[in-house]
Design a protein around this ligand. Structure first.
Ligand code: MG
Length: 216
């Protein structure tokens, strides 16, 4: 991992170092076969780890985020950060912060920012993916839609990673846990050990998963 701790520690975000290193290792392995994609970049902490992993293979990380903040990051909500609020636009904008992170990490030749709602980015998506990291909106609808829209693009042997899995509802929202259980029960994945709140599943070699799953 060739990005300094000082750079990583300077970036706002909610990713533990151990979780980040797991993402790095997964990306460094699988990006030799296909590009990786993350949903929910925020200020780019996870992007540093995944991007550094993709860079090992001269591959690419698509980083999808509308940069207007998720539900819990809006003014008045639990995870609101006034530094990410664009007063002139009257809304959140984490893209300037994200760009600075890419520059600090030297990742501008590796990371392709996709500044869009993930559901819009998914509409015409056709590129097979080696890894999909779901860390976008944490409402049930947002997390479920991300799973439905993106998991079907994984190559056999590709990884589905889901952040913020709390088994106990008192520790955090349950939407990522719901998606994780849905994927685990789908028959399309082998469940790998978790790293803290990061769930990791590996796409099985058999079966054709629809690109967009029917709603349950
Ligand atoms: Mg997260």
């Amino acid at each position: 991992m060739d990005i300094d701790d000082a750079v990583i520690n300077s970036v706002k975000g909610f990713l533990d170092k151990e979780e980040g290193m797991r993402l790095y290792e997964l990306a460094a392995e699988v990006s030799a076969k296909a590009p990786c994609l993350e949903i929910g970049s925020y200020c780019g902490k996870s992007t540093l780890y995944l991007g550094a992993g993709c860079r090992v293979n001269n591959s690419v990380l698509f980083a999808v985020d509308h940069h207007r903040g998720s539900e819990e990051q809006q003014p008045g909500e639990e995870y609101f950060d006034p530094e990410t609020f664009d007063i002139s636009a009257g809304c959140m904008d984490t893209f300037p912060c994200f760009r600075r992170t890419l520059a600090m990490g030297g990742l501008e030749e590796t990371v392709v920012p996709v500044v869009s709602r993930s559901s819009v980015a998914a509409r015409m998506w056709a590129t097979p993916l080696g890894l999909v990291f779901i860390d976008g909106g944490h409402s049930l609808e947002a997390a479920f839609t991300d799973y439905c829209n993106w998991a079907g693009h994984l190559i056999p042997g590709g990884y589905l990673a889901v952040h913020d899995i709390f088994r106990n509802p008192e520790d955090g929202g349950q939407a990522p846990h719901y998606v994780y259980r849905l994927a685990s029960a789908s028959g399309f994945f082998d469940v790998l050990p978790m790293t803290r709140t990061l769930g990791v599943l590996k796409r099985r070699e058999c079966g054709v998963m629809p690109a967009v799953l029917p709603e349950a």
